[in-house]
Design a protein around this ligand. Sequence first.
Ligand SMILES: [Fe+2]
Ligand SMILES: [Fe+2]
Length: 171
Amino acid sequence: MMSQSVQDAINRQIDSELSASYAYLAMSAYCENRNFPGCARWLRVQSHEEHGHALRLLDFLLARNGKAELKGVSGQARDYPSIAAVFEAALKQEAEVSGQIDALYELAFKEKSFAALAELNWFLTEQVEEEKVARQIVAKFQLVGNDPASLLEIDRELGSRTGTAAPAPQA
Ligand SMILES: [Fe+2]
Ligand SMILES: [Fe+2]
């Protein structure tokens, strides 16, 4: 049985992953409205991945006979000044989640929750990848500035991302 503090922290992280999923969905809708279907697709797939992270933690919690306390995702609608700003917000969000995972790992270590440490190892590795990918996309947007042809090229590239829960790629 895991300590109450580790269970509470995992519950908070489940909410955080769902909050990230929700934020990516909102970003995706923004991009769709701005006629960047590739960016919208990439973000929709990412939203689905974050939902998967929440389920992964929930399943772990339940497997350890822990109690799920899903408190709901609160927040306010966000607006973005540009498509590039969407991905800057995504990078910031990923950096925050990395900090949360680090703190959760530290807590599980202190509480000698060894099974939780094993599970969280996957999340540590995943955050390295997610931050790297987001940083690369932000760098591309910075590089091209407002050049329409280059922005369309980035949109095409991001639209090639495969995954579930996304509309079919645009022809
Ligand atoms: Fe995540
Ligand atoms: Fe993420």
